[in-house]
Design a protein around this ligand. Structure first.
Ligand code: KG4
Ligand code: ZN
Length: 352
């Protein structure tokens, strides 16, 4: 690499993001343009609107990231871009722009898997991750456990969700209850004011003993509780105003949200700790948007400490989608000489 500066570009879902990273962990800039206001009234991401908005924002986002880092394209050692998984139209915007920059400035390009990016986000704040390490990748699209035994051997997937992702369960619940979008952060805040023992949710287990996750049953249980308690949805999806506060929700709704959140956090924690024990993991990494959840963070840290296993997390800004994590993973690819070329295509269902 002719320089240790890497431009990261991320556009796999509803965030247009660019970041300049110096070396493995010095973040010179980290710009994220969120599309939340555009998708909010639909209670979820609308793919056509997302790709259109990426097209409108990406030049500005990259200019801002380069400007804040006082960096010119010719100063870069390479460009890292997310190639999948994600929405095809959204991914293509980032990929085409990355190709253009690399072609114009004769720079090497690294193609990064979005999930690898989430895992590598830990290296932005931790100088080393003890191996073997177990990673819980928990976001709007994914809920998986990966094991890294050695630096060279990559990631082995130990579990995935068989239906909804944990973030999807949060988002669907918030949509159903008319609380707004995305549901995770809203429910996280409201749940603090409720009683997590008020409503019964069973922690789902696989009959075949597998470590896989399943969240659709929790969603169905939530719907049943809503009906039984006679709860009516609020009207925060349609409004562009502030998010609901505890005063906007009847007490049973706060209790229901707290109980729902507790069930998700416990499921994630129990399954992760079982996997950590089975694999004798030296550390647990908690990454992806849902890893911002305050209850999950506390529960995981508490239970892992009882087993003497350190839990690595990052600040929320690096936990949800961002391009610094893509630049970090890309930096490692570029150092190893793993380069992509102009034939790079989007892979909406890329696996790690
Ligand atoms: O990693 P991310 O930004 O995008 C994907 O790759 O999906 O994750 C977004 C997901 C959304 O489902 C959102 O509701 C959830 O992360 N999320 C949270 C919290 N903050 C974001 N879920 C629970 N608690 C939070 N505090
Ligand atoms: Zn993500």
């Amino acid at each position: 690499m002719k320089s240790d500066l890497v431009l990261g570009i991320e556009s796999s879902c509803d965030e247009t993001a660019a970041s300049v990273l110096k070396g493995p962990r010095e973040i010179l800039s980290n710009v994220v343009a969120s599309q939340i206001p555009i998708h909010r009234r639909f209670g979820g991401v609308v793919p056509e609107l997302a790709s259109r908005q990426h097209l409108l924002s990406i030049d500005t986002v990259i200019s801002q990231a380069m400007g804040q880092a006082s960096c010119r394209f010719e100063d870069l050692g390479g460009v890292a871009v997310t190639y999948g998984p994600g929405l095809i139209g959204s991914l293509l915007v980032g990929i085409q722009v990355a190709k253009g920059i690399c072609f114009a400035h004769k720079l090497p390009m690294a193609a990064v898997n979005h999930l690898e990016g989430h895992i590598r986000s830990l290296s932005l704040e931790h100088s080393s991750v003890p191996l073997p390490a177990l990673f819980l990748v928990v976001s709007g699209g994914h809920t998986s456990l990966y094991l890294a035994r050695r630096e060279e051997t990559g990631y082995e997937r130990l579990a995935r969700t068989r239906d909804d992702a944990a973030g999807e369960a949060y988002d669907k619940a918030a949509k159903f209850l008319g609380l707004g979008y995305p549901g995770g952060p809203i429910i996280d805040r409201l749940a603090r004011h409720g009683d997590p023992r008020a409503f019964a949710f069973s922690v789902p287990r696989m009959s075949d003993g597998s470590l896989d996750f399943s969240f659709s049953g929790l969603k169905t249980a939530l719907l049943r509780h809503v009906e039984a308690a006679g709860l009516k949805p609020l009207a925060f999806l349609e409004s562009d105003g502030p998010e609901p506060g505890p005063g906007d929700c009847p007490k049973p709704m706060l209790d229901l949200l707290a109980s729902f959140q507790e069930a998700i956090a416990r499921t994630l924690m129990e399954r992760t700790l079982r996997a950590a024990r089975e694999t004798r993991a030296a550390a647990i990494g908690l990454v992806g948007g849902v890893a911002c959840n305050t209850r999950l963070r506390a529960l995981m840290a508490e239970e892992a400490a009882r087993h003497g296993i350190p839990v690595l997390m990052t600040r929320p800004q690096l936990t949800t989608d961002n391009a610094a994590m893509i630049a970090q993973a890309g930096f490692e690819h570029l150092v190893r000489g793993e380069l992509a070329d102009e034939t790079l295509n989007a892979e909406p269902s890329a696996v790690l």
